[in-house]
Design a protein around this ligand. Structure first.
Ligand SMILES: Cc1ncc(COP(=O)(O)O)c(C=O)c1O
Length: 356
C-alpha cells in the first residue's frame, strides 16, 4: 500500500548529520537529547504495566499463569496506544528539523492520525490529517470515535475521497509541498507512523519487556503498517514475536522485514498469521467479535475491532494449533485503539443487543 521509506523524515544517519540545535531541543519541555543529533521526546508514562490475565489465558486454552498483557493502551496521552511510542521518535525528529506542522495520512478511523493530532497539540504544533473517504456529516449514527478526537485536538482534516493508499501518500506530499511554498515547515510522518525511525519506539518496548518478562516465549501483536512488529522483532528476535495481519496492507512481510533490517535485526523466519483478515480490514470477523467479548468478560479489558480483537483471535488460533502451548509464558501487546470501537458499527450493535 505505501512504501516503508520515511519521506520527509530523516534517517538515523541524516539525523546525525543534520545540525540539530541541542540548545533548542533541551529547552523544549518534553525533549531528551540522547546523543548529538538524535532526539526522542517523552510523551507517556513508562514503562507501561505488564499485567497477568489469568482468566483470559485459561479461556484461550493456556495455563493460569501463562498470559500477560503489556498495557500499551495505557500510555496516557490522547487516548494512548502503540502510536505514541513511535511518535516519541518521529515527532522528536520533526522538532529537530524545526517543523511547525505534523502531517500524516490514514483511514477515517485511524488511531495513528488521532495520536498524531494529540501529540501535535501537546507540542504546540499544527496538524494536518489527510484521510481516506468523505466527511461523515452530522447525521445521527455517523461514525465518530477517532474522528471526534482529531477535531477535539484541533487537527485540520483534508478528505481525500475514495482513493488508493498510494494516492493518499501522493496527496499528502502535494499538501506538504504547498505548505512549504507558503512558508510553513511541515513534517510528513509516514502511514501508521511506521518507518525505521518510528519503529524504534518498539525497540524501546522490547527493552521494557526484556526487563519485565525475560522468560516470555511468545509476544503477540497486531500488524497494520508493520512498525510495531518490526521494532519488537529487532529487539527480541523473530522467533519470539507472533504478528497477526489485520489486512491493512497487502505486503506486511516486506514492510516488516525492511524495517527490521534497517534497525539492524534479522528479518529471517518472521511469524505472521494471515488467517484473521476475514472479509477485510474494517470488517469485524466472527473470531474478532468473540475475542472482543472474551477479553471484556474475563478481564474487563476493551479491545478494538480492527487490530487488537484480531490479534487476540490470532493468539487463540495459535493455541488451538499448538503453536503456543500451556506452560509457555505469553505476552499479548495491547496496542490500544479504544476510540476506534466508537467509530465502528459494532458499538451501536452492542448497545442495541437484547438483554440476556
Ligand atoms: C490499535 C492498533 N494496534 C495495532 C496497530 C498496528 O500497528 P502497526 O501499524 O505498527 O503495525 C495499529 C495501527 O494502526 C493500531 O491502531
Amino acid at each position: 500500500m505505501t512504501d516503508t521509506s520515511d519521506s520527509h523524515q530523516l534517517s538515523f544517519q541524516q539525523l546525525s548529520s543534520h545540525q540539530l540545535s541541542s540548545h533548542r531541543l533541551r529547552s523544549h519541555p518534553h525533549i531528551d537529547v540522547e546523543a548529538p543529533g538524535r532526539s526522542t521526546i517523552s510523551l507517556g508514562t513508562w514503562p507501561t504495566p505488564l499485567e497477568p490475565a489469568q482468566r483470559l489465558g485459561v479461556r484461550l486454552g493456556l495455563g493460569a499463569g501463562d498470559l500477560w498483557l503489556k498495557r500499551d493502551d495505557l500510555v496516557g496521552l490522547g487516548g494512548g496506544g502503540n502510536k505514541i511510542r513511535k511518535l516519541q521518535h518521529t515527532a522528536g525528529a520533526a522538532l529537530g528539523t524545526g517543523a511547525d506542522t505534523l502531517v500524516t495520512t490514514g483511514a477515517a478511523q485511524s488511531n495513528h492520525a488521532r495520536a498524531t493530532a494529540a501529540v501535535a497539540a501537546r507540542l504546540g504544533l499544527r496538524c494536518l490529517l489527510v484521510l481516506a473517504g468523505d466527511p461523515p456529516g452530522p447525521a445521527p449514527g455517523a461514525p465518530t470515535g477517532n474522528l471526534s478526537l482529531d477535531r477535539l485536538f484541533g487537527a485540520d482534516v483534508h478528505w481525500a475521497g475514495r482513493v488508493a493508499n498510494a494516492d493518499l501518500d501522493d496527496l499528502a506530499r502535494e499538501r506538504v509541498a504547498a505548505m512549504e511554498h507558503g512558508g510553513r515547515r511541515p513534517f510528513l510522518i509516514p502511514y501508521g507512523g511506521s518507518g525505521p525511525v518510528g519503529a524504534r519506539g518498539y525497540v524501546d518496548c522490547a527493552r521494557e519487556l526484556t526487563a519485565q518478562a525475560p522468560d516470555s516465549e511468545h509476544v503477540v501483536v497486531a500488524v497494520g503498517s508493520g512498525g510495531t512488529m518490526a521494532g519488537l522483532v529487532a529487539g527480541l528476535g523473530a522467533g519470539r514475536v507472533l504478528g497477526v495481519d489485520t489486512g491493512a496492507t497487502p505486503d506486511p512481510e516486506r514492510r516488516v522485514a525492511a524495517m527490521v533490517e534497517a534497525l539492524g535485526g534479522s528479518p529471517q523466519r518472521l511469524r505472521l498469521d494471515h488467517g484473521q483478515v476475514g472479509a477485510g480490514y474494517s470488517q469485524l470477523s466472527e473470531a474478532g467479535r468473540r475475542a472482543l467479548s472474551v477479553a471484556a468478560e474475563t478481564e474487563g479489558v476493551v479491545l478494538d475491532p480492527v487490530y487488537t480483537a484480531r490479534a487476540l483471535a490470532g493468539l487463540h488460533a495459535a493455541v488451538a494449533a499448538g503453536d503456543v502451548r500451556p506452560g509457555q509464558r505469553t505476552v499479548f501487546v495491547h496496542t490500544g485503539g479504544l476510540p476506534g470501537l466508537f467509530g465502528h458499527p459494532v458499538a451501536a450493535e452492542l448497545a442495541a443487543a437484547d438483554d440476556r
